[in-house]
Design a protein around this ligand. Structure first.
Ligand code: CDP
Ligand code: CDP
Length: 203
């Protein structure tokens, strides 16, 4: 069975949480496409040229530590505006989306560019304040030093860069289901997403 769930939305909206849970529930594969851009961003911080880094990206690069740091997030959103970087990562994502057995991909342009024919499209969002609070909790948990104000500023700057860029800007696909999680906990957001996918599968 070929079946793609495309999940897009701004930083720290809960895309990964929803994506992982939907994939586990239905036995689908899951790809956090933000990790591809984070891996390229991390290589650029170490001195690589962005397009060469994207073209030569090895699967092991997605496993390296440190990809969740605010510095790497910023570098990721900077390389993500470069059309040749996006082009270098496109085929891998498309192949993943149409693999046998079902796939969930989360990112910024999955429903609009990577997989416009996805069977289910979700646009997961929440207020910038709610998202910054969640990301702060994750960073503190992982031992990073961060304040609410710095995380909020980072989230807003990244949202602006992701939405205003010319290449594959962040926006909901016309046929995306909008899931605003500002007042939902993670379990409630996951339930809403699972229900949507189950309906599309006719289960
Ligand atoms: O992938 P994305 O950056 O959109 O978000 P995430 O990595 O899934 O992280 C969001 C964080 O907020 C996680 O720690 C979740 O447990 C938490 N959270 C959520 O995902 N959804 C909610 N409705 C409430 C909290
Ligand atoms: O987890 P969070 O939402 O904070 O970020 P991410 O999904 O790991 O993505 C990091 C950055 O990569 C984003 O701010 C985007 O600039 C870029 N990205 C993108 O352009 N297209 C995607 N499909 C996924 C990520």
């Amino acid at each position: 069975m070929i079946f793609t769930v495309a999940i897009d939305g701004p930083a720290a909206a809960g895309k990964g949480t929803v994506g992982r849970a939907v994939a586990a529930h239905f036995g689908f594969a899951h790809l956090d496409t933000g990790l591809l851009y984070r891996a390229v961003g991390a290589l650029v911080l170490k001195g690589s040229e962005p397009v060469a880094a994207a073209r030569g990206l090895a699967p092991e690069a997605l496993e390296q530590p440190g990809l969740r740091s605010p510095e790497v997030a910023r570098a990721a959103s900077e390389v993500a505006v470069i059309p040749q970087v996006r082009a270098a990562l496109l085929e891998f994502q498309r192949g993943f989306a149409r693999r046998e057995g079902g796939a969930v991909l989360d990112g910024r342009d999955i429903g609009t560019v990577i997989c416009p024919s996805a069977e289910v499209k979700l646009f997961v969002t929440a207020s910038a304040e709610a998202r910054a609070g969640r990301r702060l909790a994750e960073l503190l948990e992982a031992g990073h030093d961060a304040s609410f104000d710095s995380v909020l500023a980072d989230v807003k700057a990244r949202d602006a860069r992701d939405s205003e860029r010319a290449a594959a800007p962040l926006r909901p696909a016309e046929d995306a289901f909008l899931l605003d999680t500002s007042d939902l906990d993670a379990a409630q957001a996951v339930s809403a997403a699972v229900a949507r996918v189950a309906a599309a599968l006719g289960r």
